[in-house]
Design a protein around this ligand. Structure first.
Ligand SMILES: CC(C)(COP(=O)(O)OP(=O)(O)OC[C@H]1O[C@@H](n2cnc3c(N)ncnc32)[C@H](O)[C@@H]1OP(=O)(O)O)[C@@H](O)C(=O)NCCC(=O)NCCS
Length: 294
C-alpha cells in the first residue's frame, strides 16, 4: 500500500541513495541534502516521501510551484507512484502552473537534462510543455592560460587602474559585507543575495566584488547553489560600470577559488555565452529543457 507523508529524517539516507540512482548526470551524493531542503530565502518548501509497505519508493521536493525533485526508485516505477507525487505537488501549489527544476537560488539543474527521456515523456504526457532550453558551459581550470593566478592579478590591476578595487568579500568587515548583500539584493535580486550569502559560508568562500570608493558596483560568486560542486554564479555588474573588465576579473577570481571542487568551472544556467567563451575559454557542457504546465 502506498502512503505519502512528509519526509522524516530516518529516510534521509534512503532518499540520498534513491536520488543518486535516479539522477545519473548529477552529483547527488554531494547535493541531495541541500536539494531536499527547499528554501531559497523567499519561498519555503516541502519534502514528501512515497512509502510502499514502509519502504521509501519515491521522493518529491517542491517550493511553491517549482518541483525541485521528483524521483521514483526503479523497482517501483510504472505503478503510479510518480503520478501520485505529481498530484501532490499540484495540491501543494493550488491554482498555479507547476514548473520543473529551475527554482531560482536553489536548483539541482536549470531544467531537465535533455538525456532524461523517460522523465521528459512522463511530464509531456501530463500537461507539461517545453517553454525553453538552457545550458551549462564549463571552463577548463587546468592548462588554460585564461584561468591562472597571474591573469587574475593582471585583471585586478587593470580594474585598479580604472579606479576600482577588486576584493575578496571574506576580507571585508561585517558591516561592509552587510552593505554588499543589500547591494546584491536591491540591484539584482533577493534570491541572488541569498545564494551569494551561501557561497560566502562555503569552504571556498568564493565571493568577490569590485568597489568604486565605498560603493560596490559588481560582484561574482561560486559554489552558492549545489554547494560542494563549485558551480559559478550568480554574477552581475551594474549597467553604468559595464564594459570595463570587471565581470571578467571577478569571474576569474571565483573560478580559481573552486578549482579543486568536483565541478569547478561549470557555469550554470548561462546568459551571455560569448562573454564566457572569450573570458575563460568555456566550452559546451550540459543542455536542459524547461518544462511547465500548460
Ligand atoms: C519520471 C518518474 C518520476 C516517473 O515515475 P513512475 O513512478 O514510473 O511514474 P508512474 O508510474 O506514475 O507513470 C509512469 C508510466 O507508468 C504507467 N503505469 C502506471 N501504473 C502502471 C501499472 N500498474 N502498470 C503498467 N503501467 C503503469 C503510467 O501510466 C505511466 O505511463 P504514461 O506516462 O504513458 O501514462 C521516474 O521515471 C523517475 O524517477 N525518473 C528519474 C528521475 C527524474 O528524472 N525526475 C524528473 C526530474 S525532477
Amino acid at each position: 500500500m502506498m502512503q505519502l507523508e512528509p519526509l522524516q529524517p530516518i529516510y534521509f539516507d534512503a532518499a540520498r541513495k534513491l536520488l543518486e540512482r535516479a539522477f545519473p548526470y548529477d552529483q547527488m551524493g554531494v547535493v541531495a541534502e541541500e536539494k531536499l531542503g527547499s528554501e531559497n530565502g523567499a519561498r519555503a518548501g516541502h519534502a514528501i516521501a512515497a512509502l510502499v509497505d514502509g519502504a521509501l519508493a519515491g521522493v518529491l521536493a517542491t517550493a511553491g510551484r517549482f518541483i525541485k525533485l521528483l524521483a521514483v526508485a526503479e523497482e517501483h516505477r510504472r505503478r503510479g507512484v510518480g503520478s501520485a507525487l505529481l498530484r501532490k505537488a499540484g495540491e501543494l501549489a493550488p491554482g498555479s502552473r507547476l514548473r520543473l527544476l529551475d527554482h531560482p537560488g536553489n536548483y539541482l539543474s536549470p531544467g531537465l537534462d535533455e538525456r532524461s527521456i523517460e522523465a521528459r515523456d512522463f511530464f509531456l504526457r501530463r500537461n507539461f510543455v517545453e517553454v525553453g532550453r538552457v545550458e551549462n558551459i564549463r571552463a577548463p581550470l587546468t592548462n588554460n592560460p585564461l584561468t591562472t593566478d597571474e591573469r587574475a592579478d593582471e585583471l585586478a590591476a587593470r580594474a585598479g587602474a580604472l579606479g576600482y578595487a577588486v576584493r575578496r568579500l571574506s576580507d571585508c568587515d561585517g558591516e561592509t559585507q552587510d552593505r554588499f548583500f543589500s547591494f546584491v539584493g536591491s540591484e539584482f535580486s533577493p534570491v541572488w543575495s541569498f545564494e551569494t550569502r551561501r557561497a560566502l559560508k562555503g569552504p571556498a568562500k568564493a565571493v568577490h566584488a569590485a568597489w568604486h570608493g565605498t560603493t560596490p558596483v559588481a560582484f561574482a560568486a561560486a559554489d552558492g547553489n549545489n554547494r560542494g560542486l563549485g558551480w559559478f554564479g550568480p554574477a552581475g555588474t551594474v549597467p553604468a560600470h559595464r564594459g570595463r573588465g570587471l565581470g571578467e576579473a571577478l569571474l576569474i577570481a571565483c573560478l580559481l577559488d573552486v578549482r579543486a571542487l568536483p565541478e569547478g568551472g561549470v557555469i550554470a544556467w548561462i546568459g551571455p555565452k560569448e562573454f564566457y567563451r572569450k573570458a575563460c575559454g568555456a566550452v559546451d557542457d550540459r543542455r536542459f529543457l524547461q518544462l511547465e504546465e500548460k
